[in-house]
Design a protein. Structure first.
Length: 407
């Protein structure tokens, strides 16, 4: 009876009917092999399963976000200590990295590409080199004061102890107690037909059946909340994430504390990282569009990935800006993915191939690039760059440029 696998709906569809059958069997003397201890355990664990099955509809229909919020409230998790302070530190770290990556302005990308050319034994031309005034990069001050290290609370430090119940937790447990008295206690009191009369004690509360501590009661509530459907409980059993609420309530609380805090920290951290990634992408695309040095433009692309938010920023710079210097050469960098034999993009496909990662723009993106630059790039050049789209270019030139004159 301690095995949760035998208590689910597919094993015992209805406990009222099942207990009625047991009563008939006991009356016929067919349960003599089962002792008092067996029935005490059976009815204790029956209580857990019945409380799961009889959860009110609104608890069974909660979204994952709503369940997470209930767990935060029930465990009285200090979001400031466990999440907000961590996010503040991450934000400052990302801000410092962002500032450092932009020190020295545009010449950072030019120097990066020159270093790659030298490493590949490529000849460096005079025009490749930065202006002396442009290449001066401020060095970090060695004695620059660093912010003091802040000791942060880690979710792994949580011990699963509930020193005091929050008001929200007390409210949930009161509702659980009421539901126990109404739906479960009458069924549990039928144990009197299976044990000696001298051993029978009426069951009126959760504590009577063994849920005595706040940890046990909150653990019971949270685990059942996570398993509103029979399939949810069976999945937890199969994945060995189910915990016995009588003996492992602290583990239930620790597991869920760790899970919800980590998930929320991950979600918030991704927002911070995305914010600075967008800023970096914007800066890179600005340098890429404005530079008059093709080596510098290649340096902006070097080490980036087509599969990230940075890459669209590069080709959009050629779509929204008219008069981009060296626009044809920059377009070729994007299309060919290499500069003087050096691969620019670091997508996984580049790891398993000797060829560069190329780009084949969609018709929509190609049209926007063409529309912004057709006045500086001749038609023959477009046709040479995109030999498989000759008909497409003939069509758009006929519509937008080579309009027939009226006689």
């Amino acid at each position: 009876v301690r095995d949760p696998d035998v208590r689910t709906v597919d094993q015992i569809p209805n406990y009222d009917a099942f207990v009625a059958k047991l009563m008939c069997a006991a009356h016929l003397g067919e349960l003599s092999e089962f002792n008092e201890s067996y029935f005490q355990d059976f009815f204790r664990y029956l209580a857990e399963e019945e409380l799961r099955r009889t959860q009110p509809g609104y608890l069974k229909q909660l979204t994952d976000e709503e369940v997470t919020q209930i767990i935060f409230d029930a465990l009285a998790i200090d979001k400031v200590e466990y999440i907000e302070k961590h996010i503040e530190v991450l934000d400052k770290e990302q801000e410092e990295l962002y500032k450092k990556s932009n020190k020295g302005s545009d010449s950072v990308y030019l120097n990066k590409m020159i270093a790659a050319l030298k490493a590949a034994n490529q000849e460096i031309q005079i025009t490749d080199l930065p202006d002396q005034s442009k290449s001066e990069v401020k060095q970090d001050v060695s004695d620059e004061s660093k912010p003091p290290t802040v000791k942060l609370l880690q979710p792994e430090d949580y011990d699963g102890i509930v020193p005091s119940l929050s008001q929200i937790a007390s409210s949930h447990l009161q509702k659980l107690e009421n539901r126990f008295k109404e739906h479960v206690a009458p069924l549990l009191n039928l144990i009197k037909f299976f044990i000696p009369a001298t051993s029978f004690k009426p069951v009126n509360s959760l504590s009577d059946v063994g849920f005595k501590t706040p940890e046990q009661q909150i653990g019971l509530f949270i685990q059942n909340l996570l398993h509103p459907k029979n399939a949810d409980r069976r999945k937890a059993i199969q994945e060995k994430t189910y915990r016995d609420p009588f003996t492992e309530s602290n583990l239930i609380l620790k597991d869920q504390f760790l899970r919800v805090v980590r998930d929320e920290k991950t979600r918030r951290s991704n927002l911070i990282i995305s914010k600075y990634a967008n800023l970096n992408a914007s800066d890179l695309s600005r340098v890429f569009a404005n530079t008059e040095n093709i080596v510098e433009a290649a340096g902006c692309l070097l080490g980036t990935f087509q599969g990230t938010i940075q890459f669209p920023a590069f080709f959009r710079a050629l779509q929204v800006n008219r008069g981009v210097p060296l626009v044809l050469e920059k377009l070729k960098l994007l299309l060919n993915g290499e500069f003087r034999g050096i691969r620019l993009f670091m997508d996984l496909s580049a790891l398993y191939s000797n060829s560069a990662v190329t780009w084949n723009p969609s018709r929509h993106n190609l049209f926007k690039i063409w529309k912004a630059n057709y006045h500086v790039i001749e038609k023959e050049t477009w046709l040479a760059l995109f030999p498989l789209r000759v008909d497409y270019f003939n069509k758009i030139y006929a519509i937008y440029v080579e309009k027939p004159t009226s006689e």
